[in-house]
Design a binder for this molecule. Structure first.
Ligand code: C2E
Ligand code: CA
Ligand code: CA
Length: 744
């Protein structure tokens, strides 16, 4: 072979321009003859194959060759001498390459010195030797063509392998799109597969677009690999590379694949305009066959993507509430959005209906019962709106109805609950709180409308069971105010900025302390006190009162334990601590357990604890209240009825509440010396309490005159500024020591 041949070959067939951009093919020359290394290097000098230059690695023995292959990755071809250390060192090396090193893709070309050294045909087959040449046969041109064929085949094997890996990832993703990262791992598979087909490292992004709406659609990167990994979750418009942005945008606009020098950008048509687009860097223009393959690939993937999307949607946003067969919250929101977008919300209203005491019902009668109740309500609501409105179950025990204001309003919906519901053959009255929003009043999205309706519902719940409220700007403000307070309170609680103060209670006859009432205090960061009358209701509505109340109970008991430990003289033996218990806490199934635990932990005997409850506990049902009170009393714990006379139902419940102490509310005590109605109520309460075997304690006693009147009425005990204001535990010790130490 002469040099002219070679030059012609180079000029005619090898594009030299892009070669430097891409990694060279790596070829391992294995021969014990240094001349062979040299001549091979010389023969291949400056040549390129498939637009890439060649890099030679050298090994002088079979052992060295295996060392190189172990160390270096991506060796495309091994030019292997047969006879080296031994007569068949080359063949042994082949076995080791395939079996020990597990290198299936590397192409192996055997070179022998003489034809006589040629291995048998079946040896070639058995060892997966890809070509066989005698050294004399391998002129420079022949070497070049032999290498080109080997490298092409190596490249294809690698692509098939990469593409198989991509495919495996896609298959795995399809099998698994029920798992949360379904879409993402699917999209990653797409990148790998494109990269495999193009024959580059996987570096690219896949963007998913939301379905087109009036507002347009936006596309977000759902998978990103290689040096583009940081683009994950970026919107297309936020990508910092103008070339990528332009490619993606053009591809989406023209809805077709773009095969450029530096990149491939592929378009996948999705459902309802929820298209996908993938961008992957390429290092050279694609061959025709690849472009064709990509088209086929895209069609496949688009189908697959639609499935992934469908399944993902089914899973994440299932539109139907399984239990009731009603549309769920997502469907409700979608419907609202659609109605607003179509201009069909005018004259319409949203009503949210929340079943009163549903959680308690569930606790008491079991979930099966609760489910039946909900189904019965759903059925009636479905009947009343008569197909004209849109009914959904938006939360556990909350139904949403969207329809004309003439049918979605408090009067109309109240009528649905007039008759009791028959569940398990028992008639059961059901009340609901309802929140409404007129869609004319807002021009927000479905989500905003639903939020406003929820605010109205919250307001209705504050008003009490069976009430309803409309959303208005003021209601919104009040609710947001409460929400802000709740967050502040939660933070204060978490950061231990709440503390407990203690107000003594005394025997009216001799002024001797008999107990203390624990009262909660909240001092905000700027040093202001928020009165409990304001924050306790917020804590009750949010349920925070449960953990907060448990904490007050524990604090109070530990404080008392500390006082008692001081000793009989200065200590507080015999002193009781009274703790306010909200009806919300009282209704908790674990309430009693919690009290037991707090008593055990503090070591305070049950006789020294008093629980102050109000008549509002009656909402949990008198049977349950009575049963719970019996259990409390069986432990020796005392019970006081707080704020007596202010509740709505007063006297009728009293004889059914086995309590030790009746507390006359401060409001009645205040009007004692006025002769007004309040005074007469106080006069009635004292004998009433005594008749039922209770001690009577007057709250908020501020003057001697009030104390005198109360004593004359036969009232037993008192609490108020006349005796002491609520104080921190550090002050209470000395105060008690003084009173207890020296009886008057
Ligand atoms: P309450 O249980 O009726 O507590 C008595 C309230 O009257 C306390 O107000 C006390 O500071 C105040 N007071 C006592 N003597 C006098 C007096 O002579 N004159 C005047 N003007 N007021 C007096 P406070 O501490 O503001 O508590 C208000 C309400 O907050 C309590 O009323 C109770 O219902 C609730 N509360 C306080 N702490 C807790 C708690 O830990 N848990 C629960 N659930 N509620 C609590
Ligand atoms: Ca109280
Ligand atoms: Ca009270």
């Amino acid at each position: 072979m002469d040099d002219e041949d070679l030059l012609e070959f180079i000029d005619g067939a090898v594009p030299a321009t892009t070669a430097s951009l891409r990694e060279p093919w790596r070829i391992l020359v294995v021969d014990d003859d240094p001349d062979v290394h040299e001549s091979t290097a010389y023969g291949l000098r400056g040549l390129e194959i498939e637009g890439r230059s060649l890099q030679l690695l050298h090994a002088n023995s079979a052992a060295e060759a295996l060392g190189v292959l172990r160390r270096e990755r991506d060796v495309a071809v091994v030019l292997l001498d047969v006879v080296m250390e031994t007569d068949n060192a080359g063949l042994v090396t082949v076995v080791a390459i395939r079996n020990e090193l597990g290198l299936a893709h590397v192409r192996i070309i055997l070179r022998t010195g003489q034809p006589g050294q040629a291995p048998e045909i079946d040896t070639i087959r058995r060892y997966d030797i890809n070509d066989y040449k005698t050294k004399s046969e391998l002129t420079r041109t022949k070497l070049y063509t032999t290498l080109t064929a080997a490298i092409r085949s190596y490249d294809q094997l690698r692509r098939i392998d990469a593409s198989r890996r991509g495919l495996e990832k896609i298959v795995a993703a399809s099998n698994q799109f029920i798992a949360e990262p379904g879409l993402q791992s699917f999209a990653e598979g797409v990148i790998t597969q494109i990269a495999g087909l193009v024959g580059v490292e996987p570096e690219g992004v896949v963007c998913a677009c939301t379905p087109r709406t009036e507002a347009g659609s936006h596309c977000v990167v759902v998978a990103a690999a290689g040096r583009l990994a940081h683009l994950m979750q970026h919107r297309i418009t936020d990508i910092d590379d103008p070339y990528i942005v332009a490619s993606l945008t053009q591809c989406l606009a023209e809805r077709r694949n773009l095969l450029a020098e530096r990149s491939v950008t592929l378009f996948f048509a999705g459902r309802e305009g929820g298209d996908f687009v993938a961008f992957v860097y390429a290092s050279a223009p694609l061959r025709d066959v690849d472009a064709h393959l990509l088209e086929v690939f895209c069609t496949n993937i688009a189908l697959c993507a639609a499935n992934v999307e469908l399944v993902t949607r089914l899973r994440n946003h299932a539109f139907v509430d399984r239990m009731l067969g009603l549309p769920n919250r997502t469907a409700f929101l979608q419907h609202l959005d659609d109605a607003v977008a179509a201009g069909g919300a005018a004259g319409h209203a949203i009503g949210l209906m929340d079943v009163d005491q549903f959680a308690e019902t569930n606790d008491m009668f079991g979930h099966g019962y609760g489910d039946q109740l909900l189904a019965a309500i759903a059925q009636r609501l479905g009947a009343v709106q008569d197909g004209a409105g849109f009914l959904a179950r938006v939360a556990g025990d909350t139904f949403g109805l969207f329809g004309l204001e003439s049918s979605v309003n408090p009067e109309r919906l109240r009528s649905v609950f007039e008759q009791p519901f028959e569940i398990e053959n028992v008639l059961r009255p059901v009340s609901v709180c309802m929140g409404f929003v007129r869609c004319d009043d807002t021009n927000g999205s479905g989500l905003e409308l639903l939020k406003d309706a929820s605010i109205a519902l919250k307001r209705a719940k504050e008003l009490g069971q069976g009430r309803s409220a409309y959303y208005s700007a003021e209601v919104g403000t009040v609710t947001r105010e409460r929400t802000r307070m709740l967050h502040g309170l939660q933070r204060a609680f978490d950061h231990e900025h709440l503390f407990v103060v203690y107000q003594p209670q005394v025997n009216l006859a001799d002024g001797r302390p008999i107990g203390v009432e624990a009262l909660l205090r909240w001092r905000t960061d700027d040093g202001k006190f928020v009165p409990p009358d304001r924050f306790i209701p917020v804590a009750e509505q949010s349920g925070l009162i449960v953990t907060m109340g448990a904490w007050v109970l524990r604090s109070a008991l530990h404080a008392l334990a500390a006082l008692r430990s001081v000793g009989p003289q200065g200590g507080a033996l015999g002193i009781r601590v009274a703790v306010n218990v909200s009806s919300v806490q009282f209704a908790q199934p674990q309430f009693l357990e919690l009290v037991d635990e707090a008593l055990r932990d503090s070591g305070v005997p049950p006789e020294c604890l008093e629980l102050e409850i109000t008549e509002s506990v009656a909402v949990m049902g008198m049977e349950r209240v009575a049963a719970l009170l019996r259990q409390i009393k069986a432990r020796g714990i005392a019970v006081a009825i707080d704020d007596f006379g202010t509740g709505f139902s007063s006297l009728s419940y009293l004889d059914r509440l086995p309590a030790d102490r009746l507390k006359i509310d401060r409001a009645f005590v205040m009007s004692l010396d006025s002769g007004r109605l309040g005074a007469r109520i106080a006069e009635m309460i004292v004998p009433l309490g005594h008749q039922l075997g209770m001690q009577v304690l007057a709250e908020g006693v501020e003057t001697e005159a009030q104390a005198d009147i109360l004593r004359a009425l036969g009232c037993d005990e008192a609490q108020g500024y006349l005796y002491a204001k609520p104080m921190v535990i550090g002050d209470l010790g000395p105060w008690l020591a003084q009173r207890l130490g020296a009886p008057p």
